[in-house]
Design a protein around this ligand. Structure first.
Ligand code: ARG
Length: 459
């Protein structure tokens, strides 16, 4: 197939070089954006008198027939084409004749590819935000059911203080809400049109970039033509945001993996989201959660790959930039797929409140409350901390727990201890007294649930 750019050179390239150079096998994903962009371009060229109205009509009609045929599957991509832009142009000229050759007036593949990428990624980012909203909704539903289910809260993976499962889950809801916000912020910056930047310097034709941008749903135009064709920061920014999404999902997965182990037994995953072992019949493995955790590294890799590709490039376009696509497409698809299994996994997960409660009853997670009890009776916190520590040490030595240690023993440590200490260190009291904003009491958790729901309405 003769190259559309054959002119100075023969256009004959080595077959492996052709394959190496071609991006059609992955940029064909952007066929819809490419064609829509071309339709808007043809309309703008006619509106500005650069081509005739009838010519624009023929171009637009030809382009829409290509779109239809690609959608229906009756047209296949011609693998000998270098990229999606060349394929569409070649197909168009094949269908409508020489007028097809007018489409590429006042643009270049350099601004065209930047346009397609921005359009494609804003659409995919929208799908990811919708999935994230669904996840937040699923998380807040489970959190509401378990706003009073007591579990141990951990620091250093050591039992620390009593919290509720609802409170713990809402921490993830808050993180995921910020992820949604970050993505919408990224899309706001992404959503300016580079078309009309042309090869790098702009054009001598009397184009209207803003008309074309508005027709394609952009909020504005890239204001420097060299910037418009040179930078891929919008890809990096999205991948940065997606890396953070995956980091959150990965931590959540890690906890689900721990919680579903025999050692914790806090949750039981639905059979749809676990696998068995080919040798050990007792196994129920949390493969989906492990894969989400595993795929996080892959999304980070996609980000690192493009950062590295871009770091030494002189302005403006260089072919290295074709390397933006596979990584960013992979990141987008990995996040989408991860969310598609993660959401139903959360929705169907059984929560074992009894096991959580049991775990909360050992480990002295009310030791802080014991110290606070003495503080309420007038002792400075540091002294109270010391006394509580000695009592815990004694309990550990004797195999006792704070709840059943006799008052007489407490009194050996401080005269301030009275019968009411048992109520103060009761796990329900410990949770209920933490009414500070954002804290673990049911009322604080209810306020957090309300906030998350309000945010979901808004975003
Ligand atoms: N396939 C190319 C890419 O993805 C399109 C731009 C080609 N521009 C050029 N001057 N060779 O980057």
């Amino acid at each position: 197939m003769a190259k559309l750019w054959a002119g100075l050179t023969s256009g004959d390239t080595d077959i492996i070089a052709d394959y190496f150079n071609s991006s059609l096998r992955f940029d064909c994903k952007m066929y819809k954006q490419d064609i829509k962009g071309s339709m808007a371009h043809a309309a703008m060229l006619a509106a500005k008198g650069i081509i005739a109205k009838e010519e624009a009509d023929a171009l637009i009609e030809g382009l829409s027939s290509i779109l239809e045929d690609l959608e229906s599957g009756s047209l296949a991509f011609d693998e000998s084409c270098e990229d999606i832009h060349m394929f569409v142009e070649q197909e168009l000229t094949g269908r409508i004749g020489d007028v097809g050759k007018k489409l590429h007036t006042a643009r270049s593949r350099n601004d065209q590819v930047a346009l397609d990428m921005r359009m494609y990624l804003r659409d995919e980012a929208g799908k990811i935000s919708a999935l994230l909203k669904e996840l937040v909704d699923a998380v807040v539903t489970v959190a509401e059911e378990h706003k009073a289910s007591i579990m141990p809260g951990y620091t250093h993976l050591q039992r620390a203080q009593p919290i509720t499962f609802g409170h713990h889950l809402l921490a993830y809801a808050m993180m995921l809400l910020r992820d949604i916000d970050r993505i919408s912020d990224c899309v706001r910056r992404m959503n300016v049109s580079p078309i009309g930047c042309c090869a790098l310097a702009g054009t001598t034709y009397n184009t209207d970039r803003r008309m074309e941008a508005a027709a394609l749903g952009f909020d504005g135009v890239v204001l420097n033509s060299i910037d418009g064709v040179s930078d891929r920061d919008f890809c990096l920014e999205l991948m940065g945001d997606l890396s953070i999404v995956m980091m959150h999902l990965s931590r959540f997965s890690e906890e689900i993996i721990l919680w579903s182990s025999w050692e914790f037994g806090f949750v039981r995953l639905d059979d749809n989201y676990t696998t068995g072992s080919s040798i050990m019949p007792q196994k129920k493995n949390p493969d989906m959660a492990e894969l989400v955790r595993g795929k996080t590294g892959r999304v980070y890799g996609d980000l690192m790959g493009l950062l590295t590709t871009l770091k030494g490039l002189p302005l403006a376009y260089n072919k290295d930039m074709q390397e933006d696509k596979e990584g960013v497409f992979d990141a987008v698809e990995t996040v989408q797929l991860s969310l598609q299994v993660f959401i139903p996994m959360i929705k169907t997960m059984q929560v074992r409140t009894e096991a959580m409660k049991r775990a909360a009853q050992t480990g002295f997670i009310n030791a802080t409350d014991l110290a606070d009890y003495l503080v309420c009776k007038g002792l400075p916190f540091r002294s109270a901390y010391k006394i509580s520590g000695s009592i815990v040490a004694r309990c550990m030595k004797d195999g006792e727990v704070l709840e059943t240690l006799p008052l007489a023993v407490y009194k050996e440590y401080s005269d301030l201890f009275e019968e009411d200490l048992y109520n103060a260190i009761d796990l329900n009291t410990c949770v209920e007294k933490r009414i500070s904003e954002g804290g673990t009491s049911v009322s604080s958790v209810e306020a957090q649930i309300k906030y998350v729901k309000e945010m979901l309405e808004k975003c």
